[in-house]
Write a protein that binds this ligand. Structure first.
Ligand SMILES: [Cu+2]
Length: 120
């Protein structure tokens, strides 16, 4: 009996991991020149954005989360730090000249995203 219960527990854990993982992977990637990003529930959506080096990317941040945690967005390595108003679109434009992965986070780094800049 214990064995069966443990087995079911493991299955449930596996299901949660797979579901969460696949869900995140599907919900995230964006590859256009203008991306709308929703800031809510501790995640940027999408949280992975891919772009070509030297092109202009427009990010429209829509902050739904009123908690102070979500107030700022910082692009590490790109020298960009902006305040996001609640319920309004904040547009951030960037033109990275160097390829690489740049993280963008809130000031406490609880919200996390990655900007992937690839060679043209
Ligand atoms: Cu935060």
């Amino acid at each position: 009996m214990t064995l069966i219960v443990n087995g079911i527990g493991l299955l449930i854990i596996a299901a949660i991991i797979i579901w969460f993982w696949l869900w995140r992977a599907r919900a995230t990637q964006a590859t256009t020149n203008a991306v709308d990003i929703v800031v809510a529930n501790g995640v940027y959506k999408p949280d992975v954005i891919e772009m070509k080096r030297g092109t202009k990317l427009t990010l429209n941040f829509n902050r739904e989360d009123p908690s102070p945690c979500a107030e700022q967005v910082i692009f590490h390595g790109l020298d960009i730090s902006e305040t996001l108003p609640v319920g309004k679109i904040k547009t951030i434009k960037l033109t990275p000249q160097h390829s690489g992965n740049y993280r963008f986070t809130c000031q406490m780094q609880m919200y996390q995203g990655t900007l992937k800049v690839v060679d043209a």
